[in-house]
Design a binder for this molecule. Structure first.
Ligand SMILES: Cc1cc2nc3c(=O)[nH]c(=O)nc-3n(C[C@H](O)[C@H](O)[C@H](O)COP(=O)(O)O)c2cc1C
Length: 344
């Protein structure tokens, strides 16, 4: 394996913004809300990206869309916008910038039918002229850097990411992220990091490779296969908020870090739980926190090789609890129980 230091010697820059390291937390709807991004950023990720926000919802002042763009204590603050109309994208970008966004990211990668049906997300890869107008409007509306996230193309017969990236760069976009799958693959198969290299060959701005990067070794392999300047980690960070930071530090120093011990993992999940309840208010926060609690329990149980029955038992107890004190207490008991499995 290459010496990571030699892979990318200069710091990653997005416009005038220097990023602390070369690992980006992927935007994930329903996951990368402000409390989760804050935790992942505190644990050392170079950059964290908000969940996508529909630009027209933001313009129309929908409370949930405003909450999605919130980022107290997170810097640089990246807001991802989705949309299919240039005027909404431009206005949404202006609003996000006025609310403190340091970077606006445009979503042209979401494969979900409710998004592509409205001609947003990866559907924009089917009409590059329209995509270009949308990019131009967004770039023209703000002073902060604009970045773009896409897939390899709509399907295997239209791998047009290099062409879209070239047009985006010409329109003023400052960084491109590519998930190494087509829209029609959704999340099936393996991400093709080598195919992302064609985008690198087409542009001079920084490129981020994304898809299936769940460890330092995979990050290095993805960087080598794609020649990208940085990696983006999505699902791998669920239940492991420390992972992007660990990979980022190891890429810089070459020094491997151990998985945090269970007591630290417990502290992270408790902090996240409290912050989520505060962010959304208790009633809605309890629902949002559940997927994070479930992921944290799965990771902790896997780490300590706890029996499947123990995980199942704690999951059902904790994920149905409504009282935050009971959740805190049960989390402590669950992690103690998992620690016994390690010791046994
Ligand atoms: C639950 C979930 C929500 C996602 N939401 C978004 C989103 O809001 N915007 C976006 O550009 N991509 C979104 N994605 C795609 C991820 O950013 C990423 O491209 C994809 O998960 C592949 O990376 P990974 O293998 O590291 O997870 C989402 C993915 C998941 C699993």
């Amino acid at each position: 394996m290459s010496n990571p230091d030699s892979l990318r010697p200069n710091p990653l820059k997005i416009g005038g913004i220097e990023v602390a390291n070369r690992v980006v937390l992927a935007p994930m709807s329903g996951v990368t809300d402000a409390p989760f991004r804050r935790l992942v950023a505190e644990l050392g990720a170079g950059l964290v990206v908000s969940e996508m926000t529909a630009s027209d919802d933001l313009v129309n002042g929908k409370p949930m869309s405003q909450l999605r763009c919130e980022a107290a204590g997170i810097g640089p603050h990246v807001v991802q916008l989705a949309g299919c109309e240039a005027k909404w994208m431009a206005e949404g970008a202006r609003i996000a910038e006025a609310a403190g966004a340091d970077i606006i990211d445009i979503n042209m990668g979401c494969p979900a039918r409710h998004v592509t049906g409205g001609q947003s997300g990866s559907a924009l890869m089917r009409d590059l002229d329209h995509a270009e107008r949308l990019i131009e409007a967004t770039v023209g509306a703000v002073k902060v850097p604009v970045t773009l996230k896409m897939r390899l193309g709509w399907d295997e017969r239209s791998l047009n990411a290099p062409e879209l990236a070239r047009r985006a760069e010409a329109a003023g976009v400052q960084l491109i992220s590519v998930h190494g799958r087509t829209r029609c693959q959704f999340y099936k198969g393996e991400a093709d990091w080598r195919a992302v290299r064609a985008v690198k060959d087409a542009i001079r701005i920084p490129l981020v490779v994304n898809g299936d990067i769940t460890s330092f070794d995979k990050a290095v392999a993805a960087l080598e296969a794609s020649s990208a300047d940085a990696v983006m980690v999505g699902r791998g960070a669920q239940g492991q908020p420390w992972l992007p930071g660990q990979i980022g530090r190891q890429l810089q120093s070459g020094v491997a870090e151990a998985v945090p011990p269970l007591r630290e993992q417990l502290r992270y999940v408790r902090t996240l739980y409290d912050e989520i309840c505060h962010h959304y208010g208790l009633r809605i926060g309890l629902r949002h926190a559940r997927k994070h609690l479930g992921s944290a329990l799965e990771v902790a149980a896997g780490y300590s090789r706890a029996p499947a029955a123990a995980l199942k038992n704690w999951r059902s107890r904790i994920l149905t609890a409504e009282d935050p004190h009971a959740v805190h207490r049960s989390l402590g008991e669950a992690f103690d129980d998992f620690a016994w499995s390690t010791a046994a």
